[in-house]
Design a binder for this molecule. Structure first.
Ligand code: NAP
Length: 315
């Protein structure tokens, strides 16, 4: 058995604590040796304030997981790749398409693995959905991705800043599933983006797409939904209707549940990262982010009422 990969983590916030740390601990292919965080300290590993200090002090670090918001990732990713480290990027992989293109070229030039993760693609219903749709004629796709931003993103100011993507932060998860399961590409034809008058990112979006053979698709993203939360994708085909619900956890065909399994998205991500490192391969699919970029290019912007995270947050 080969020695575990010496891994470091940068950006110790919500997703690092909720998902990365437990999945890394469960995976014998990785040994978490260090963390770089401006605020947090992790027990049992070396701690640094910046990634650069960490890389200088611990040249034995072989791989790094970047768990900070997308606007802060490119410079650290480029530094890590240039130093010969394998790099895992949280979703969305960056703030622009071109910076990810740069990272992909750098990874290739440096002979290391770059993994732009899309955690929703590791939801248990996604690969069975892809298999079922293969070879079928798709008529329409409908995405409803509606959640309560105050519940899921309290105090996350970065998400409302340029590059934070607003409602596309969750919406891109739906797009990562759609781009994985459909047997043919779709392209955006129109969009409406609702920007709170005090924010730089949308709180809701409606996107329309077309594909070959008269395929139409529509996606509704809304961060103003209280009560039950909705993360559903429905696909009408010539041979029946597929519904992925609960963010991809449950798959139903013509109303009958055919696949339902416990969530293990980040275990899947780290298994894939280990595989990529072993093969010195990269996995960088920007198609979900490209649809978001298209929506910002083609979308009609409307201004809606201001969004206040909590009383007195200054916005
Ligand atoms: P978060 O808790 O608000 O931030 C993560 C950490 O990033 C912070 O604790 C901070 O870590 C660092 N950070 C924040 N702003 C920074 C900045 N401007 N420059 C450098 N570092 C900064 O966010 P999160 O929810 O974990 O999300 C991080 C990424 O994971 C996002 O891309 C998000 O889309 C993705 N994600 C989140 C979830 C979720 O449920 N929250 C789910 C899946 C994916 P330090 O204090 O350690 O420096």
């Amino acid at each position: 058995m080969t020695a575990p990969t010496a891994l470091a983590i940068v950006g110790v916030g919500k997703i690092a604590r909720d998902q990365h740390l437990p999945s890394i601990a469960r995976n014998p292919a990785f040994d978490l040796v260090a963390a770089a965080s401006r605020n947090a300290r992790l027990d049992g590993v070396e701690n640094f304030t910046t990634a650069a200090e960490m890389f200088e002090a611990m040249p034995g670090i072989e791989a790094v997981a970047l768990c900070m918001p997308p606007q802060a990732r490119h410079a650290i990713a480029a530094d890590a790749l240039g130093r010969g480290k394998h790099v895992l990027l949280e979703k969305p992989p960056g703030a622009t398409l071109s910076e990810i293109n740069h990272l992909a070229h750098l990874a290739e030039a440096c002979g290391v693995s770059l993994f732009a993760t899309w955690h929703s693609r590791f939801a248990p219903g996604v690969e069975p959905a892809r298999d079922w749709l293969a070879g079928k004629s798709i008529r329409s796709v409908r995405v409803d991705w509606m959640e309560d931003v105050r519940h899921w993103h309290p105090g996350q100011d970065w998400i409302w800043e340029p590059g934070g993507l607003g409602v596309f932060d969750p919406g891109i998860n739906a797009l990562s599933i759609v781009t994985r399961i459909l047997p043919e590409p779709v392209w955006l034809t129109s969009a409406e983006l609702s920007f709170p008058e005090n924010r730089a990112a949308p709180i809701a979006a409606r996107l329309r797409f077309e594909g070959g053979s008269d395929l139409t698709a529509e996606a509704i993203f809304d961060w103003r939904q209280t009560g039950p939360q909705t993360w559903d994708i429905a696909v009408e085909t010539d041979e029946g209707k597929l519904v992925l619900s609960a963010g991809g956890a449950t798959l139903a065909i013509d109303g009958a549940v055919v696949s339902e399994a416990p969530e293990a998205e980040y275990d899947g991500i780290y298994a894939r990262f280990a595989e990529l490192i072993a093969k010195r391969q990269s996995d960088v699919d920007i198609s979900p982010l490209r649809h978001v970029a298209d929506a910002f290019m083609l979308g009609r912007r409307q201004i809606v009422e201001p969004f206040h995270d909590h009383a007195g947050d200054g916005h």
